[in-house]
Design a protein around this ligand. Sequence first.
Ligand SMILES: Cc1ncc(COP(=O)(O)O)c(C=O)c1O
Length: 373
Amino acid sequence: MTDLDPYLASFDAEPGYLDWAAFGPLSPAVRSEAQGDTELLGTGRRTSIQLVADHVREARELVAELLGAQADQVVLQPSTTYGLMHAVYGLAGGLLLSRAEFPSLTVAAARASDALGSLQLQWVDPVGGFMSPDAVRSAVTDETRAVAVSLVDFRTGYRTDLTALREVIGDRLLIVDAVQGFGMIEADYAAADVVCGHGYKWLRAGRGTGFAWFGERALARIAPVLSGFRGVDGDLPLDTVPAPSASAQAFSVSGPDTLAAARLATALREIADAGVRSIESVLADRAADVMFFADRYGIPVVTPRDPGRRAGIVTLEPEPRDAAALAASLANHGLTVTARGGRIRVSPHVGTGADTLRLFGDALAAFSSARVW
Ligand SMILES: Cc1ncc(COP(=O)(O)O)c(C=O)c1O
């Protein structure tokens, strides 16, 4: 029995689920913690309320542990997008980002630029949508003050090399949307300045479980423009409006959802116990299984083959005339994937079993035999 066995055994979603990049069915531990804490919040006892509230501290500490950072630089958020908005609205100067990023970044950047006038967007259209070090090197200018990028691209599954990006951008800020990789792959978070993520996909914690980490350089250079009354040090500020906290707490608006924090903490504990390195190695194998079937039935894969450049997302790009038939075959075989823009995004998790992979193979075989070559 390895440390990973209890984690692997905790996957109990029905066979056919290959859409972890969209939503992660909640883990049994998360479900039972949520039920218990809901009961505690129904008692009307102050100690019970405090017990649940303590999960905020626990969640921040566990996020920090997985990032290799300090807990006081971590602040819980309703979702990833909130964390990214705190970071983006506080920037000035040039912000370089790919037009193909998840809209959490592109929309926040456009809105902040329109509203503040102090932010200039430097859009990049990288080849294949991969924000590689070369793509960033050829786009960065003297005006660039920050680069925003996904750790793992939600469309192609491409994994960004944070260490290499840091070398390319010097001491400019590096803002990372870690949604599609956090807890699943080891990453050089020390190379980043801001890391935002959430618990509702790969971590299996449900919605409301966002978080953001602001490192020292970020705290010094990003203004807490969207800071609310919970973004100050000390008690409730009454009859006075103090300055925002100097810590990452400045990047909060209202009080955190303690039930969501309980779910996040429980999910993160499962990850920490299993070990990210072990999770990454099994996840790489599951992604390779998906690629194996795609290759067998001649369906092109846009995700990089190198396990170091991918995580749990495998994106298939059939011939345009085949896309609908492939999506239909997957659905007919009881498989849940994301079909968008002619591509099929398949995202297994470490607990994806042989039964699901067999269904996947059957679906591809059925599609292939009906295909007109
Ligand atoms: C890369 C990426 N960033 C951000 C989000 C949105 O995150 P949230 O709902 O936590 O704001 C998603 C959701 O699919 C995503 O894939």
